[in-house]
Each structure stands twice: as structure tokens, then as C-alpha cells.
Design a protein around this ligand. Structure first.
Ligand SMILES: Cc1ncc(COP(=O)(O)O)c(C=O)c1O
Length: 452
């Protein structure tokens, strides 16, 4: 297996990885995965506390999804999606529209159509282009700009990066990017799951300023793009459901299309199928990926409201030019369809409140045992701990706090990938109590090891 690591080091380039860190924390070869566990060839089992970058909803290797993929790949592996169609795409689109948030009578039409792509960033590109072009073709050529939230993350292709608010990802490429109008966003560092039924954040100074900025720039704004409730890559900051509701409603009132990026928070992560449901809002475009295929294959989708496509009818020049080679690949769509079936078969949404509470109990217990944890928060099945060095325990001298915590967790066979000072849990929704106990125990140990 060492051989594989050495060969990897010679020929591969890993995402989100510094070459210099590889000597200190080499990549780990994985040969199998089941449920919340990754396995190495030597039989080492690693608890996946972050659902393999927030994708694994039902756990790895779910038999229903694996069977659906096997069946589909033996029948139809791929066909181009221009000029052809197939049951997995149609059935997945139908099931997504059925599962999508339902608008109230005064909130316009239901979601009516699905555009598939292959990763989260591509879904954002699609949504930005759709929003821009739809305004142009409805006679609003002046609406050419986008609003985005400070601290946001929407992916790393140039369009998605343009509307991301984090300098860490953005600054190198800034000369290539379109400049959005940023809106301030509140952070509730001690957010509790019950607060998803409140008005939290609605009357903050950030909400006031965001609304004022939307009003000032409404004439030039094509769309507002935002992550509902949790800015995941932005250190799991939680904005408050009241803030989310208020700015979505304000944008829509001003004729600004709302693009909800539910790529990370969709599919049960916040305790409901889609995070927007907590706020009772219906964004105009809903971007999905990660858990969409059950976290097994690359797939993304943009849902639009019925009638949105009318602006694209007419002359050929009015059509939407955005085509990825593997759009709606049948095997990925079969995985997506099977993943939604698992929600039904396992009555997963009804079981989520108990899982959320099980996680909350462990989160509180962890925080109690670690003085270095200054804040801890949770929304649905996403929990985060903000740690802070103290004079007695200053943390790693090289400043690489996240790396030190990750390293300490891996030594204990747990996959955590802290965002600098923020350790978080985003495991499979099906994670069991004993596995949560292990996650909690190791979290305590790594915080104590690194920060006392
Ligand atoms: C909220 C959000 N949007 C977009 C993306 C980009 O998705 P992808 O990495 O599949 O391009 C991510 C990825 O983490 C994300 O968390």
C-alpha cells in the first residue's frame, strides 16, 4: 500500500491539498466503504465524520443505491441528452419536483422543470446564466449583476467563484472574476436546532443593511445567490432562518431572482428535505448536488419554477446554451432516483428529529468537556465547534490549527476536516448512536490534545 502512496505522489494532484503537507499527512488509500466507515487494505476502519465532503446521505454502499446503479449500468450506460431521453432522468426529475418545497398560493407556481449538470459548481454556473439570460429575454437588459453574501462559498469554477465571498479561494483569481454586490450576513455562533422555527436574524443590523443594499441595486440585479441557513465552507456559520426568509422575500419583491444553493444543505442535512422549507420560502432556482445521487456519483441539478422557461422559447437564439457532455447520465440519475426511494423506504425525514437530538446531546457533552471550545452550534444534522487557543495552550506554532486537529483525528481513525478553528460533524444521516459516541469521544480527545 505504501507503494500506492508513493505512486500517487508521483502522478496525482489532489484537490484542497498543499504539496508540502503530504509528507506530514500523506493521503490514505481506501479500498472499501460501508455505512459511516471507510476501510483500508490492512483492515483499518476510519469513521467518516463528514460524509465524504458532505455527500454521503445514507452511508456508503447503501444496498438499494448500489443495486440501482448495477441494474442501470448493465442496461444503458450512457446516451447523449440532446435529442434523447431515458427513464432514470425523467423519473428523477419527477421525484425531485415532487420532493421540492411547495409554494404558498401567494408565492407563485410550483417548481416545474429540472436542468441537470454534473457537479455543484456547474449547477451554480447554470443558475447564474439562466437568471441573467431570462432577464435579458424578458426585456430587462439592465439586470446584469449578482448579489451574494459575505463569507459565501459556491464552488470554484470562475462563475461560482465570482459569487463566493471568501478571499482565501477568490483573491488569486480576482482579476478574472465578475464582481458581485456583497450583502452582510449575521452569524449565530451558538445556534441551536430549535431556532430553525424562530425569526432569528430577521432584525439584525446585517439584515437591515442587506435589505437596503438590495433596494439600492435592484434595478441592476439579475439574481441573489445564497446558501440557505448554513454557510458550510464559511466555517459552518449559521445566519438564522429569519434573516434567510427576510432577504429572500425582499429580493423576490424587488424582481431579483433568488438562487438557493442547497448543494451542501439539501437532502435532509438541516432536518428537512430542503433548508428553504424551514423559512417557508420558494427560491426561483434551486441548486442541488452532493447528496443528490446519495453521494455516490457526480450529479447536480437546477430546479426552476413552472413557466420560467417561457423566456427561452421562440427563435433559436433564445435557447439556453449550456451543455455538458454527461448531462443526465443514466447511471447517475438511477442513483439519484434510488436515493430518494431510500428516504421513503426508511421513513428518513420522520426519523430525523431523533437523530438531530442524538447529535445535539453529544455536541453539548463535548463542549462541556473542552474549555477550548468557545462556541458550538447546530442546524439539523450539521454540528460545529469553534475552538480558540489560550495563553496556556497556544496551539500549533506553525498556525496550522485545522491541519493539527485533522491529523490528531486521523491518528484515532476518525475523518474530521476542520475549517481552521471550526471542527464540524456532517456524517451520514443514518449514523448510529454508537458511532456518534465515537465521533464525540475523538472530538474531545483531539481538542484536548491540540488545545488543552
Ligand atoms: C454550498 C456549496 N455550493 C457549491 C459547491 C461546489 O460543489 P462542487 O464541489 O461539486 O463543484 C459546494 C462544495 O462544497 C458547496 O458547499
Amino acid at each position: 500500500m505504501d507503494d500506492l502512496v508513493a505512486r500517487d505522489a508521483r502522478v496525482l494532484w489532489h484537490p484542497a491539498t498543499h504539496f508540502e503537507d503530504l509528507a506530514r499527512l500523506p493521503v490514505t488509500p481506501i479500498v472499501a466503504a460501508r455505512g459511516a466507515w471507510l476501510e483500508t487494505e490492512g483492515g483499518r476502519r476510519i469513521l467518516d465524520g463528514i460524509g465524504s465532503w458532505w455527500t454521503s446521505i445514507h452511508g456508503h454502499g447503501h444496498p438499494h443505491i448500489v443495486a440501482a446503479i448495477r441494474e442501470q449500468v448493465g442496461r444503458l450506460d450512457h446516451v447523449m441528452f440532446a435529442g434523447f431521453t431515458h427513464a432514470p432522468a425523467v423519473e428523477l426529475a419527477e421525484a425531485l419536483l415532487e420532493a421540492a418545497p411547495r409554494p404558498r398560493a401567494d408565492q407563485g407556481p410550483d417548481y416545474g422543470r429540472v436542468f441537470f449538470a454534473d457537479c455543484g459548481s456547474a449547477a451554480i454556473e447554470v443558475a447564474l446564466k439562466l437568471a441573467f439570460q431570462s432577464h435579458r429575454q424578458r426585456g430587462h437588459e439592465e439586470r446584469t449583476r449578482f448579489a451574494a453574501l459575505a463569507n459565501s462559498y459556491h464552488g470554484e469554477t470562475l462563475g461560482a467563484l465570482s459569487v463566493s465571498g471568501s478571499d482565501a479561494y477568490r483573491s488569486t483569481f480576482a482579476p478574472l472574476l465578475v464582481e458581485p454586490i456583497y450583502l452582510p450576513v449575521p452569524a449565530h455562533p451558538d445556534h441551536e436546532p430549535q431556532q430553525l422555527t424562530s425569526e432569528l436574524g430577521a432584525d439584525t443590523p446585517q439584515a437591515e443593511a442587506a435589505v437596503a443594499t438590495l433596494r439600492e441595486h435592484a434595478h441592476e440585479l439579475a439574481a441573489l445567490v445564497l446558501e440557505p441557513l448554513v454557510q458550510c465552507a464559511g466555517r459552518m456559520q449559521m445566519m438564522g432562518v429569519g434573516y434567510y426568509r427576510r432577504i429572500v422575500e425582499e429580493a423576490q419583491r424587488l424582481g431579483i431572482l433568488v438562487i438557493a444553493d442547497e448543494i451542501a444543505v439539501g437532502f435532509g442535512r438541516t432536518g428537512r428535505m430542503f433548508a428553504s422549507e424551514h423559512a417557508g420560502v420558494c427560491p426561483d432556482l434551486l441548486c442541488l448536488s452532493k447528496g443528490l445521487s446519495g453521494g455516490v456519483l457526480p450529479l447536480s441539478a437546477v430546479l426552476v419554477r413552472a413557466g420560467f422557461e417561457d423566456a427561452f422559447r421562440g427563435a433559436p437564439a433564445r435557447s439556453f446554451l449550456h451543455s455538458h457532455t454527461f448531462t443526465a447520465n443514466p447511471v447517475t440519475c438511477a442513483a439519484g432516483r434510488a436515493s430518494l426511494e431510500v428516504f421513503e423506504q426508511e421513513d428518513l425525514l420522520a426519523r430525523l428529529p431523533a437523530r438531530v437530538e442524538a447529535m445535539a446531546q453529544r455536541r453539548r457533552a463535548v463542549a462541556q468537556r473542552c474549555p477550548a471550545i468557545r462556541h458550538h452550534r447546530q442546524a439539523g444534522m450539521i454540528a460545529a465547534f469553534e475552538v480558540a487557543p489560550s495563553p496556556e495552550h497556544p496551539g500549533p506554532t506553525d498556525g496550522r490549527l485545522g491541519l493539527a486537529l485533522r491529523e490528531a483525528a486521523m491518528r484515532r481513525d476518525v475523518l474530521l476536516r476542520p475549517l481552521h478553528d471550526t471542527i464540524y460533524w456532517m456524517p451520514a444521516l443514518s449514523i448510529e448512536d454508537a458511532e456518534l459516541d465515537r465521533l464525540a469521544e475523538v472530538t474531545v480527545e483531539v481538542v484536548q490534545e491540540v488545545l488543552g
